[in-house]
Write a protein that binds this ligand. Sequence first.
Ligand code: MF3
Ligand code: CO
Ligand code: CO
Length: 256
Amino acid sequence: MAIHIHSKAEIDKMRATGRLAAQVLEFIEPFVKPGVTTDELDRRCHDFIVEHDAIPAPLNYKGFPRSICTSINEVVCHGIPGSRTLAEGDIINIDITTILHGFHGDTSEMFLVGEVSDRARALVDVTRRSMWLGIKEVAPRKRIGDIGAAIQDFAQGEHGYGVVEAFCGHGIGRVFHTAPQIAHTGRRGTGMRMKPGMTFTIEPMINEGTHECKILDDGWTAVTLDGRLSAQTEHTILVTEDGYEVLTMRDNAFSM
Ligand code: MF3
Ligand code: CO
Ligand code: CO
């Protein structure tokens, strides 16, 4: 499948939607506190996105019933906001995808609710670092497999965590999920070569224990097979002439 190379004008639109998605995470952070429901986080993000003349991409996407994904503790991804109340010690991923002027921006972050365990904090730290090690592999003529290899070597090789294989990063632009698929495991020197103007996400899901997942009866919520913790962070990336640009970067966000 051919990979779309974005024009200058399209790149400007990807920058705008990426910036908005990042702003949603900045906006919601102060509300991620013990006692809040995930429905309230969803409603606040939904309203913020709509007020900025954009559309929350998850809403009604393949039947998804809410505007954001909220994935707590053992939830790997695609958690559905609802009546669940956040409690001290939870870790939660909030995943935002905006559609602005027809283009998608996709980013997620982990939030620590109150004081969390040392093992939860360590998992989140390694997840963020693994994503950044993957991002740093992005450059023209390098290969997609270099990204997954960097993530896996660190998260699994150095830390012994499970790297989820059932869900991948993805090409993104006018379409939410398109080629190329960006695996978070792999071998260097394999896969397609990157080219300037490609845009895709890097969004590793890192598990404390087994990499294996199962889907709950709601048809969406992916959880770890062993019930142990999972963490994820995500950015939308542009391949530039000499490396990469993180389209969903925020001031004060962790970076490497
Ligand atoms: N934002 C998710 C991703 O990173 C996809 C969510 S699709 C939904 O690709 F339908 F679950 F919302
Ligand atoms: Co994504
Ligand atoms: Co996402």
